[in-house]
Design a protein around this ligand. Sequence first.
Ligand SMILES: Cc1ncc(COP(=O)(O)O)c(C=O)c1O
Length: 423
Amino acid sequence: MMMKMGKKNIPENNLAAEGLTVEGFTPTDHDHGSHDHGNYDHGNYDHGNYDHSGHDHGGNPFAHAALSGVPYTSYLDFSANINPLGMPKSAIRAARKALAELSGHYPEPTYHELRQAAAAAWEVPAENIVAGNGAGELLDATCRLAAWQEAVVFTPTYSEYARAARRAGLPVRCLPAFHPDHLPSSSLLKELPTPELKPRSLIFVCQPNNPTGTLVSREALAVLARIAAQKEGLLVVDESFLAFCPEEAACSSLPLLFSGLPVLVIRSLTKIYGMPGLRLGLSIAAPETAKALQAALPPWNVNSVAAAAGSAALVEREFLTLTRERLTRWRVRLVKKLTSAAAGGTLLQPLPAAANFLLTKITSEHWSSPQLTAALAKELVLVRDCRSFPELGERYIRLAVRRPADQDRLLAALTRLTVRPEP
Ligand SMILES: Cc1ncc(COP(=O)(O)O)c(C=O)c1O
């Protein structure tokens, strides 16, 4: 049953406490504050802003619904990059069965079935796999699994690498690598800057990178892994969106890990299998690293429903093929439509991308990213304002690739906005 979450459900004074205004989100009010998650502890996850705080991520129609009084289900959410095909049917069946049969028991503590399913799907031994309550939990635990000296991140990138490192007390070094002005004209980046590493450093790479949708060549990742090896460090490659890419086999870092280099791969199952609310992620690492990671996690960290859904989803090879084929086609369609004269052609320019989302430049000087985001929210279309990625300023939004009918709703909203002379 769908839950209605309107303004009436949240007392007026709590709206201010949640950092919301009648105009919509005010993410920068929080993005540049202290490292205090208090104001945003129930959402507004910010998957940008690695430098500061505030959880201004995409995927929060609830906050908009709380402001507007419109049910959250009426919003079309382009701000979170979730598979528009939804969960595989077998995963829904498995989740229902687990809810009926397993909820009265603690989860099987080793997640044997889930790890076996992942091992078979990814052709790796199950002893290398650790289950997490979303990739987010695994990022956190990775930062706590050894006495790391610092964390290195390549920016602009997913903010949780730096946040997880800071939560673990690590200094964070940001190396600019994905600024749109310096990216290649294709979606593949051949080299990353090579840092002078302190001993026992963590290096984070997002593959493909959020928010730019750029893939990094395996050669560039191998260079980083070798540098990490010299310094007893660890290269953490977040492949949470790689399953959407036809280039997965050529761009995964699993071969680097199994060649003996210090690499840990993290894969979220929430995006590709359309289950962000269930929470599920897996790490693949050398057996001793996997053991240490497991020890850094609480017992029963994954619930039985998510574990059952994940076990069923991982078997679905055709679902992946279909997802890649459709989303690649739909991404090309979205780029074409966005740049066509009819719908915002003078307003938006998407960057070349390999993933299921598009970092998109606002080319019209009449609109900033917060203005456009707020105006689209009034049209019940949510997009990710990228100003929380400091390098991107107020000139970028990020759009998830969704079905053609949903794209048409976005394009119609953009057309309505562009006929107006001023925001
Ligand atoms: C690059 C990247 N990694 C990991 C995550 C978190 O994934 P999960 O939902 O599995 O915690 C996100 C969520 O947006 C993401 O963008």
